[in-house]
Design a protein around this ligand. Sequence first.
Ligand SMILES: Cc1cc2nc3c(=O)[nH]c(=O)nc-3n(C[C@H](O)[C@H](O)[C@H](O)COP(=O)(O)OP(=O)(O)OC[C@H]3O[C@@H](n4cnc5c(N)ncnc54)[C@H](O)[C@@H]3O)c2cc1C
Length: 350
Amino acid sequence: MEEKVKYLIIGQGLTGTWLSYFLHKQGISFKVINDAKTFSATSVASGVINPVTGRRIVQTWMIDTLLPFAIDSYKAFQKDENITIIKAAPIALIHPSLQMKESFDYRLTHDNIYLKENDNSSLGQYFNTPFGTGEIDQCYWIDLIQFLKAGREKLSPHFIEDYFDISDLILTEQDVRWKNIIAEKIIFCDGLNTMNNPYFKALPFVPNKGEALIVKIKGLAPTNIYKTNITIVPWKDDLFWVGSSYEWSFTNALPTESFKEKMITALDAVLKQPYEVVDHLVGIRPANTERRPFVGLHPKYPQLGICNGMGTKGCSLAPYFSKQLIDHIEQGTMIEPEADLKRFTSILSD
Ligand SMILES: Cc1cc2nc3c(=O)[nH]c(=O)nc-3n(C[C@H](O)[C@H](O)[C@H](O)COP(=O)(O)OP(=O)(O)OC[C@H]3O[C@@H](n4cnc5c(N)ncnc54)[C@H](O)[C@@H]3O)c2cc1C
């Protein structure tokens, strides 16, 4: 029997979960399709929201807008579901070099509201700190495993566990059809799978491979994220996520011995506590050459939409841009020009 909905969402990673959540909140009909056997960047990500970036420690794109929106959204989600998924977790910086210490000291007094001095003595108990320490305030840790699980449960009346094959999609003048479902719009939130989508494959995706270790560190407080030339993120119990790599050139999505060795060398150099490696994760980020999301409707086929290209910052970008896309379609509001799919009108219209 046919079922009519307004939206068909492909993928229940960070982006598809937020899109579905906002549709659910507004009482708009939808179905979300996800295949647990396909690759998901969200399921291996550390879940950090960090308002600054890079060697120069500058504020990230749009963070003054994205951060309050993300905090409110994750808090609303956790209240609805009666779980804890967002925690304030300042980043304790253990400067890895004199150059990074100088960069931090400079930025502390120039255009940065997120940096703070910190108490070196408590960190010195656990870490070697030859170049001193600092702090990044207003950082958050999102429990993405819980978020995906709770999202999956919340959305269960709308959820279809299935592999979406683009060749099964039928476009008509006014809607799309997939199996028994008729939808006004289909929105692709399927991460890197969109690279194989004939309607969107011209978008400048550049997959970025990232590996991480899960490490048991006894006694280290899970109240902070710790960052030196590696990042150590509280995971659960006495486990920490340790990473990551950013590889633009790779031949497979497998964990590598060289990454593991590099992390062990870095941990040996910085950590005073004993530790034990318990797992090795690997994922591919849906990054792109512009480092800006892809949000909007296809210029030639307005039944097709996309919310994707979240790159290294899905935790802060996905709530805001999912909401922007829905508001754009439902109320005709503007999408942030730097994220708007309109910038690709010519390449998508060929
Ligand atoms: C090692 C690593 C660490 C990271 N750390 C952070 C971090 O600390 N903070 C941060 O903000 N970001 C981080 N990221 C980036 C973050 O993971 C991404 O920006 C974000 O997860 C992208 O979410 P998404 O929903 O767009 O894509 P995905 O999470 O990839 O979701 C796509 C979904 O679509 C489904 N799917 C795909 N194809 C099909 C199909 N054919 N049929 C049905 N379903 C399909 C998949 O199963 C998946 O659930 C990290 C990434 C990696 C790899």
